[in-house]
Design a protein around this ligand. Structure first.
Ligand code: TXA
Ligand code: MG
Length: 346
């Protein structure tokens, strides 16, 4: 057990010192949870093999699942990669700082542990004031996976970080709730186009506007179950993910059908709904994760909803399936994984 310091970045009086302390600890090879616009990240000096090993231990993360390097300027990108293809320049111009991660061939500067033994590296510039100030003050790229225990829903607020990471990291830089709520869009950048490896708040439609028609592909693993032993483009695709303790099942149907389906569980202990606002009233206890058409709100609330229902000792969660379009594709991608690909039509 490590003693975990809580550093307060929300109070204007303590903020500057909190950020300086976090940056100093990162320089010393320590582990610090930091806020970003997507989810909180468990950060360490991404060029320090020993420090990065600490991330894998703290999260109980499989060592072949590579990490994202967080930088705060374009100047920091060049030394990390073989070269920057024109498409990457265009994407950076359009979406950085922001929730887009680019996978590019890595330079020898990036340690094996960081890239999970791959010859590519994932990089992004977060659109978050505190995050960028910490990266700047630390002076190194920060490797940072989501700050949850491996397999659990990512933390979107400081309280959830403390629940998972107290005793496992040196400090938590506590800031406001995350604006996006789901992890960044991950794209593999090729010479001719990009492949979406993980959908996020930056949608395939938005990418197409920048890269060009027909040049954006969504990897088949985004919505489907990978076969045992199948070669994966992104190691993160193959692991059980985002899952609460409760068993989650997606229910695909209209409001009427969803309501009727839930009636069979009236009075049953441990059964909860993860629903849309327009589904109310329901015959079982629930958490509302936004309006059925409000994908931004669904993204913002999904992980907190799953964690909240765990706290209520839910054993079964019946989630109303989101529409898999726009940002909804990312919401659906996380939920179907949380459900272990269980979905029923009603
Ligand atoms: O929004 C985010 O991306 C958050 C915040 C903290 O920045 N970070 C995050 O990191 O979600 P993590 O480690 O939980 O997810 C990184 C994903 C994994 O699915 C991993 O497999 C994939 O990116 N990835 C990382 N490096 C890769 C590479 N070289 N090739 C393919 N996929 C890669
Ligand atoms: Mg994660």
């Amino acid at each position: 057990m490590i003693r975990t310091q809580h550093l307060d970045a929300t109070d204007p009086i303590t903020r500057t010192e909190a950020i300086a302390t976090a940056a100093q600890m990162l320089k010393e090879g320590k582990l610090v949870v930091i806020p970003t616009e997507t989810v909180y990240g468990l950060a360490a000096n991404g060029l320090d093999t020993q420090a990065v090993r600490g991330i894998f231990t703290a999260k109980s993360r499989p060592s072949d699942n590579p990490l994202i390097l967080h930088i705060q300027s374009m100047a920091q990108l060049a030394p990390l990669v073989q070269d920057i293809p024109p498409i990457a320049h265009k994407l950076a111009e359009a979406f950085w700082p922001g929730p887009l991660t680019m996978v590019l061939p890595k330079s020898p500067l990036v340690p094996e542990v960081t890239s999970g033994g791959l010859d590519t590296v994932a990089v992004r510039i977060p659109d978050h004031k505190t995050a960028r100030e910490v990266i700047a003050a630390a002076g190194v790229p920060l490797a940072a996976p989501s700050a949850n225990l491996s397999g659990s829903p990512s933390p979107t607020n400081a309280r959830r970080c403390a629940q998972d990471m107290d005793g496992r990291v040196d400090a938590i830089l506590m800031d406001a709730d995350c604006r996006v709520g789901l992890e960044s869009t991950v794209v593999a950048v090729g010479d001719r186009g990009v492949t979406v490896l993980r959908p996020g708040w930056i949608t395939p439609q938005q990418l197409t506007q920048v890269v060009g028609k027909g040049l954006v592909e969504v990897h088949s693993g985004v919505l489907s179950h990978l076969e045992e032993g199948e070669r994966v483009a992104s190691p993160g695709m193959k692991y059980r993910h985002y899952a609460p303790n409760a068993k989650v099942t997606l229910i695909d149907g209209d409001t009427e059908g969803y309501r009727r389906f839930l009636e069979q569980f009236v009075g049953l202990h441990g059964v909860f709904a993860l629903c849309f606002e327009e589904d109310l009233p329901l015959s079982v206890p629930y958490f509302c994760y936004g309006g059925g058409e409000d994908f931004d709100e669904q993204a913002r609330l999904l992980f907190e909803g799953l964690r909240h229902l765990d706290e209520q000792n839910a054993t079964e969660i019946y989630a109303h399936s989101p529409k898999a379009t726009g940002v909804g594709l990312a919401v659906y991608n996380r939920l179907i994984r949380a459900a272990g690909f269980r979905e029923m039509k009603v």
